[in-house]
Design a protein around this ligand. Structure first.
Ligand SMILES: [Zn+2]
Ligand SMILES: [Zn+2]
Length: 134
């Protein structure tokens, strides 16, 4: 599936060919902290199918629980997270943050990873009073 996206300030723009059937939610505690919210939603693209067409993301390298070093690409101006990939070359897969995609409403996650650390209120979302606007 062809997608395009950008960070909030527009300094970074990309295009990619993602696999929507591999879109996933990650409930790991690193995703909670790095996103400063409840979970992240990602979809993978092969490195050859992911192009930064504007700007130059900054990368923060973290150690995953597996011990692998993972580069987290984000906009150094507005802080929007764009992708994660291997910190080492060659990079084969980019996990793209679905919330930055123009087509995000069309990408439905197919699986939830690290569910053991998911925030328990997520299961009660439909019971929380909802406003169409603030
Ligand atoms: Zn930005
Ligand atoms: Zn995670």
């Amino acid at each position: 599936m062809h997608v395009d996206g950008s960070c909030h300030c527009g300094a970074i723009q990309y295009e990619a060919e993602i696999d929507p059937d591999a879109a996933m939610i990650c409930h790991c505690t690193d995703c909670q902290t790095l996103s400063s919210t409840a979970f992240r939603v990602n979809a993978p693209a092969n490195a050859k199918d992911f192009s930064i067409i504007k700007g130059n993301p900054k990368e923060y390298v973290k150690f995953g629980e597996s011990g692998r070093r993972r580069a987290q690409g984000f906009c150094s101006n507005c802080g929007t997270q764009i992708y994660a990939t291997s910190a080492e070359e060659p990079r084969t897969i980019f996990m793209i943050r679905v919330g930055t995609m123009t087509q995000r409403a069309k990408v439905t996650p197919k699986i939830q990873a690290w569910h053991r650390s998911s925030l328990k209120w997520l299961g009660q979302l439909s019971e929380i009073p909802a406003l169409e606007k603030t």
